[in-house]
Ligand binder design. Structure first.
Ligand code: ATP
Length: 364
C-alpha cells in the first residue's frame, strides 16, 4: 500500500471553486474520512485522487511517484463510488472476480477462493450466483464493495458506499470494512456527509467546508477541540449549543439578557477583548439540569419544550425566556414538558470562538 500526498489541490469548474488549495498527507495503512456538508468538495477531492478529475493546479503523489497526470488505470486504485458501475448481466460472483482477470494481477490462492473469502466478509455469499440485475440496491452495494476489496491496490477510495443500506446492515458493513482495512493495512480514503459514520470509522477526519479543509484531526480531537466555529457546529450529535456573545468585561460574556462568568483559564483567553464578539459553545452532554444552581455557576434559566428518549438518555430541548433554544442530554425520564429550571454548564468543556462566522477561530 502507498502513502498519499495532496499538495495545493485546486479544482475549478468554470467559476465554481470545488477545492481550493487543499493539502493533505495520508499515511500508508491509514483510514482517512473526508466529511462535510453537501457541495463542500469531498467527491471532487476523491475523484482527483482517482484520476477522474484533472486538477486545475496542485499535485497528487503516491509514495514518491507524482501521479497527477496518470490515468485512473495507471494509478493502482480500487474505488466504490455512489454509482456502483456493476455489470448488470453478469452474476454477483463474476462481478466480484472481474478485477482479478485484469492483466498482470497477482493474487494468492485461486480466483474462486478470493471471491468466496471477500463475499463472506461483505455478506454477499448468499447470492453469488444471481445476476446483478435481479438484486436489491443494498445487495448491489455489497457486491461493489466486495469487487473493490478483492484485489490489493495501492489506495482504496470509497464515496458514500453505505448510503442505500438499512441501519443494521450499514453498521455491520462499516465494521467489516474497518476490520479488513486494519488486517490488510489498506490505505483508505472514505467520503461521507454523515458525521457519525466519520467519527466511527476514521483514524483521522478531514472536515471540509466550501472547498477548503476546516480541520484535520483524530475523531476525539475534532470533537473535543474544534478549531473553528464551523467544525464545532458540524461535528457532534445533537448539535452543540451556541450563544452569540459580546465580551462585557474581565471574563464576562453577555448574550441578550444572559450573562456568563467564565472560569479563570477561559477568562484569560479573552484578556483585552472587551467589546468583541465571541461565540460561546457547549455540547448537550456537558449541561446538567438543576433547580437551584450553586452561586457563581454558569447556568441558563430555561423551560423544557420537547423531550425525546434515546435508550437510557433523553435529548431535552429547552428554551430561554428570550426564545434561545438550548439542548441537553440527561438520564431518561428525569424531565417533563413545561418544567422550569437551569441548565448548568460544565466549566471544563466550554468552547470559545472569536466571532460568529464559520471561520471564527478557537480561543481557549
Ligand atoms: P455531495 O456530498 O453532495 O456529493 P461534495 O462535498 O462531494 O457534495 P462535490 O461533488 O465535490 O461536493 O462538489 C463541489 C462543488 O463543485 C459543488 O458546488 C458542485 O456543484 C461543483 N461540481 C462538482 N462537479 C462538477 C462538475 N462536473 N461540473 C460543475 N460543477 C461541479
Amino acid at each position: 500500500m502507498a502513502d498519499v500526498t495532496i499538495d495545493n489541490l485546486t479544482k475549478r469548474f468554470g467559476s465554481i471553486v470545488a477545492t481550493n488549495e487543499i493539502s493533505l498527507d495520508i499515511a500508508d495503512g491509514e483510514l482517512v474520512v473526508l466529511v462535510g456538508p453537501s457541495g463542500c468538495g469531498k467527491t471532487t477531492t476523491l475523484r482527483s485522487i482517482a484520476g477522474l478529475e484533472t486538477p486545475t493546479s496542485g499535485t497528487i503523489t503516491f509514495d514518491d511517484a507524482d501521479v497527477t497526470d496518470r490515468s485512473p488505470q495507471d494509478r493502482d486504485i480500487s474505488m466504490v463510488f455512489q454509482d456502483l458501475a456493476l455489470y448488470p448481466h453478469m452474476t454477483a460472483a463474476e462481478n466480484i472476480a472481474f478485477p482479478l482477470h485484469a492483466d498482470g494481477q497477482q493474487v494468492t490462492g485461486t480466483i474462486d477462493e478470493n471471491v468466496e473469502e471477500v463475499a463472506r466478509a461483505t455478506n454477499c455469499d448468499g447470492f453469488l450466483e444471481k445476476q446483478v440485475s435481479d438484486l436489491s440496491g443494498g445487495q448491489r452495494q455489497r457486491i461493489a464493495l466486495a469487487r473493490a476489496l478483492v484485489r490489493e491496490p495501492e489506495v482504496f477510495l470509497m464515496d458514500e458506499p453505505f448510503s442505500d443500506l438499512d441501519e443494521l446492515l450499514k453498521r455491520q458493513l462499516r465494521a467489516e470494512v474497518m476490520r479488513i482495512q486494519k488486517e490488510r493495512g489498506i490505505t483508505m480514503i472514505h467520503v461521507t456527509h454523515d458525521q457519525e459514520e466519520a467519527m466511527t470509522m476514521g483514524d483521522r477526519l478531514v472536515v471540509m467546508n466550501d472547498g477548503e479543509i476546516a480541520q484535520i484531526g483524530d475523531p476525539d480531537t475534532v470533537y473535543s477541540e474544534p478549531s473553528n466555529l464551523f467544525v464545532a457546529m458540524f461535528i457532534g450529535s445533537p448539535q452543540i449549543n451556541r450563544f452569540d456573545c459580546v465580551v462585557a468585561g474581565d471574563g464576562v460574556l453577555e448574550s441578550g439578557d444572559l450573562r456568563f462568568e467564565l472560569p479563570v483559564e477561559d477568562a484569560e483567553a479573552l484578556a483585552g477583548a472587551t467589546g468583541e464578539e465571541v461565540a460561546l459553545c457547549v455540547r448537550p452532554r456537558h449541561l446538567t439540569w438543576s433547580e437551584d444552581p450553586d452561586d457563581g455557576a454558569l447556568a441558563v434559566p430555561v423551560t423544557v419544550i420537547v423531550t425525546e428518549q434515546i435508550g437510557t438518555e433523553d435529548i431535552v430541548r429547552c428554551e430561554t425566556e428570550d426564545g434561545v433554544e438550548v439542548t441537553a442530554v440527561v438520564p431518561a425520564n428525569t424531565l417533563e414538558f413545561g418544567e422550569e429550571g437551569y441548565l448548568v454548564f460544565d466549566p471544563d468543556h466550554l468552547h470559545l470562538f472569536d466571532g460568529y462566522d464559520d471561520s471564527a477561530e478557537r480561543l481557549n
